[in-house]
Unconditional design. Structure first.
Lengths: 295, 243
């Protein structure tokens, strides 16, 4: 479920409308890793006396609608309390979990009025049915990174494969997969394959193949509006890059700050600047130098 | 049989080279895949299941859907939703054990196109739609979303959706199908409406699915009792009959 800024035939308390005055409904949703489960800690603040009364009398409830598009997981967690913890078994979800907070009528409220209605609604009474939305909070999207893969572990965010199209002579990068897929022409692919097992060659391969591919991908990501970039979050490579940027560079990939970065420089730093070791290896005729690892 | 899946790199290689490879998917067997990679691209999981085959006896392959949903879901119901959303598993089954079935069900030999291969052997769409288009994951997910152990016949709702391929599209490819409660309420409402003499066909199921979607814009459907959703759908079906 995605929260859309839609209009209802009766006043709804939300951050995007002025149906109510001097009122708000805010939530803080914190995911916590808990062994093989994910725990969500919910904290809600309702600043509207009329709706608070409905909550305490059981006529309305705070509802957190959880949905994971990838696995089809969909649950509505309801509570009358401001604080709540809810556990989800890891195997039920994968990728992005959408959390949408609402206040929902638990019963029919036949002549609903609220002292904080916008003046346009003053003097009107509304019939609210069971299950109708009374307040909308801000949606939170949580990326579920699994250390334990369901079927196997995936050590790298890059997949280097053969391109069967003999008309394509260079490298092609496709990032619409869970890994960044780098396609090489057949001869180049087999050359790459024969070299990739040699530790001394890693920095050269990373400089030749991985750095340009990653630079391209980062540039493509930066072309999207920051708020739209979360759409990539179903891809494991995106989550890994996001995590790495945050932990190593204190940079949020979904911010303007990221858009302003030099992507060639960022890509090199993310792969631990392999250029120096690569040139050292080449200049010393494949002598002993340090090793690099893929990101 | 040991359940296998297709390794990541091989999956990407096959999918991204389909423009060159797609005609090979009309081959009588899948031996070419091992030859193409120079080794087997399949990896064994920890799961062993009893060997099972799929029904390919009908001239019209869709007529085997109900039987095959039961065979797949009975054999693989232990899979978690997360595992059952993994393209590597289903592509692995289509390219290995169920090569012949995938060709039979989706008429791959005579309609061997890139799109057809992509959507029935692999995942060719977004997360939700792909699950009901891949030849084998489709069977599992129809079972997962319609099997109801609380009924006298747990596959009663499954039998209904398998009457028409459009029902599967209208009902199981919508976001509301992520909630088994909503799906079951909707399907049992269709059965009730039919028992009452309402015409239930592709058009009316499509209309009622749209109505369910509309209700989802007004109510948080997950917060309504199953009976209330059922009753609203039946009421709508009656009003459609009356008009």
């Amino acid at each position: 479920m995605e929260i859309r800024h839609k209009l209802y035939p009766y006043p709804v308390l939300s951050y995007y409308s002025d149906d109510y005055v001097d009122s708000n409904f805010d939530t803080v949703i914190t995911p916590v890793r808990d062994g093989y489960s994910i725990r969500l800690d919910f904290l809600a603040e309702v600043n509207n006396s009329g709706i608070s009364e409905l909550l305490s009398s059981g006529k309305a409830k705070i509802v957190y609608h959880l949905e994971c598009a990838q696995t089809g997981y969909r649950v509505a967690v309801s509570t009358e309390k401001n604080e709540l913890s809810y556990g989800i078994v890891n195997k039920m979800i994968s990728g992005r979990l959408q959390v949408c907070p609402f206040i929902v009528a638990e019963t029919e409220i036949s002549e609903y009025v609220n002292p904080n209605f916008h003046e346009d609604y003053r003097g009107f009474k509304f019939a609210i049915e069971e299950g109708c939305v009374m307040a909308v909070g801000k949606q939170v999207n949580i990326n579920i990174d699994k250390d334990i893969s369901d079927l196997s572990n995936t050590p790298s965010v890059f997949s280097i494969i053969k391109n069967d199209d003999e008309l394509v002579l260079g490298m092609v990068v496709d990032f619409n997969y869970k890994k960044i897929v780098i396609k090489l022409p057949e001869r180049e692919f087999f050359n790459f394959k024969s070299l990739k097992g040699l530790p001394l060659i890693q920095s050269i391969l990373n400089s030749l193949v991985v750095i340009p591919a990653l630079t391209y991908v980062l540039e493509e990501v930066s072309k999207r509006e920051p708020a739209e970039r979360y759409e990539y979050s179903s891809y494991a490579w995106y989550r890994a890059v996001k995590k790495s940027l945050a932990s190593k560079f204190n940079c949020d990939i979904e911010s303007e700050q990221f858009s302003e970065r030099n992507m060639l420089e960022t890509a090199q730093k993310l792969i631990n600047v392999p250029l120096s070791d690569a040139l050292q290896t080449l200049s010393s005729g494949y002598g002993n130098t340090g090793e690099e690892e893929d990101e | 049989m040991k359940l296998t899946f297709l390794e990541d790199d091989s999956l990407f290689t096959l999918k991204s080279n389909l423009n060159k490879l797609y005609t090979k998917f009309a081959s009588p067997d899948a031996k070419w895949i091992t030859e193409y990679f120079g080794r087997s691209p399949f990896i064994e999981t920890k799961y062993s299941v009893e060997d099972f085959s799929l029904d390919m006896s009908q001239d019209k392959p869709f007529l085997t859907e109900f039987e095959n949903v039961q065979r797949v879901y009975n054999s693989l119901s232990f899979l978690s939703d997360s595992q059952a959303s993994d393209e590597r598993l289903w592509a692995g089954l289509c390219l290995n054990h169920f090569w012949e079935y995938t060709q039979y069900r989706w008429d791959i030999v005579s309609k061997c196109t890139i799109d057809s291969v992509k959507q029935h052997f692999f995942f060719g769409f977004g997360a939700r739609r792909s699950l009901t288009r891949n030849a084998i994951s489709r069977l599992w997910w129809i079972g997962r979303l319609t099997h109801d152990p609380s009924r006298k016949d747990p596959y009663e709702l499954t039998r209904f959706v398998c009457e028409n391929a459009d029902y599967i599209m209208h009902i199981l490819e919508r976001n509301t199908s992520n909630s088994p409660m909503i799906t079951k309420a909707f399907l049992s409402a269709l059965l009730t409406a039919r028992e009452e003499g309402c015409l239930i066909n592709t058009d009316t199921v499509g209309e009622l699915s749209k109505y369910l979607n509309l209700l989802g814009g007004t109510y948080i459907l997950d917060c309504l009792p199953e009976s209330k959703i059922h009753d609203k759908i039946v009421e709508k079906a009656r009003s459609m009959k009356a008009s």
